[in-house]
Design a protein around this ligand. Structure first.
Ligand code: PDD
Length: 278
């Protein structure tokens, strides 16, 4: 695989980053995951807007305007002959002597790599996800896409260990989001319910696109928190992310959602999303 580090394309074996990189020592880094379908990037501009916001919130002195990040993404896709999968981009504050005080002069580290994945014909889309609920114990700036992913990684691992697919995290009785996806339900009345944007969840790029496409298709979209009980008695539930697109959730805490199989509402929204993204 060819990867990108601080301005150079090179084989992954030759890639080097300082052991003092603050991304490594403090998770002092932000990232974006952009899907690739048919060799093309999905929603690149929206991912870049969120990246700028994350950098600004953490005060990481990386200037996207000084870079041709689109060109770098495209070249990486091309060099790896990637048809379907993702491009991962991470920008850390840079390397500095280990200190809780953030350094001012560090040069941000920029890394990119690709992963080849079946996104369109993902097995999870056909069978649906089984999730368990767990308390959301992450920090309270989940709107910033940092690499501080220990808790969601622990929770997803625990879920897989239990024989299910993922967690839906819960705060004050309401579902916040999945370990790496936004959570949505479709009520028996056919409304698409999704938690409103705040510091409590990541402002998903897929979420935003799906809400637009659903509204255009005449589906009623309501942005409000929903409880675990409501999700369990919903007609359908689904998760969205750059790599999951729109994936049905068919079981919550051992109980079926609706008929316990992927439903027509979710299938329709997934098809709409894919049609508009390629
Ligand atoms: N994760 N919520 C969380 C906590 C996420 O980590 C993600 C994405 C999303 C969905 O956002 P988007 O639609 O912009 O991908 C929601 C990426 C895919 C990851 O960490 O791999």
């Amino acid at each position: 695989r060819i990867v990108h580090v601080n301005g150079s394309f090179l084989p992954e074996e030759s890639a080097r980053l300082s052991i003092f990189d603050r991304g490594l020592l403090f998770a002092d880094a932000v990232y974006e995951v952009t899907a690739v379908i048919d060799g093309g990037l999905v929603d690149f501009d929206a991912h870049q807007r969120r990246l700028r916001r994350s950098l600004g919130e953490l005060g990481i002195a990386f200037d996207p305007d000084a870079w041709d990040l689109l060109g770098v993404h495209r070249e990486l896709v091309q060099r790896n002959d990637l048809q379907e999968g993702l491009v991962y981009l991470q920008i850390s504050r840079g390397a500095a002597d280990r200190d809780f005080v953030q350094p001012t002069g560090a040069e941000p580290s920029v890394i990119l790599f690709t992963q080849s994945l079946p996104l369109l014909d993902a097995p999870a889309a056909a069978r649906g996800l089984r999730v368990i609920t767990r308390p959301d114990l992450r920090w309270h700036r989940r709107d910033i896409k940092t690499t501080q992913l220990l808790y969601p990684s622990m929770m997803k691992s625990a879920a897989v260990e239990m024989g299910v697919d993922d967690v839906w995290m819960v705060e004050n009785g309401d579902i916040t989001e999945g370990s790496s996806s936004n959570a949505h339900i479709i009520t028996v009345d056919g409304q698409l319910i999704t938690r409103p944007l705040s510091h409590d969840i990541l402002h998903g790029i897929t979420r935003a696109a799906v809400l637009d496409y659903a509204a255009e298709a005449g589906i009623e979209v309501v942005e409000r928190p929903f409880s675990v009980a409501e999700a369990r008695s919903a007609r359908e539930a689904f998760a969205t992310s750059a790599t999951a697109f729109v994936t049905p959730v068919v079981e919550i805490d051992g109980g079926p959602v609706g008929d316990g199989v992927p439903g027509p509402g979710t299938d329709r929204i997934r098809a709409l999303y894919i049609e508009r993204s390629r």
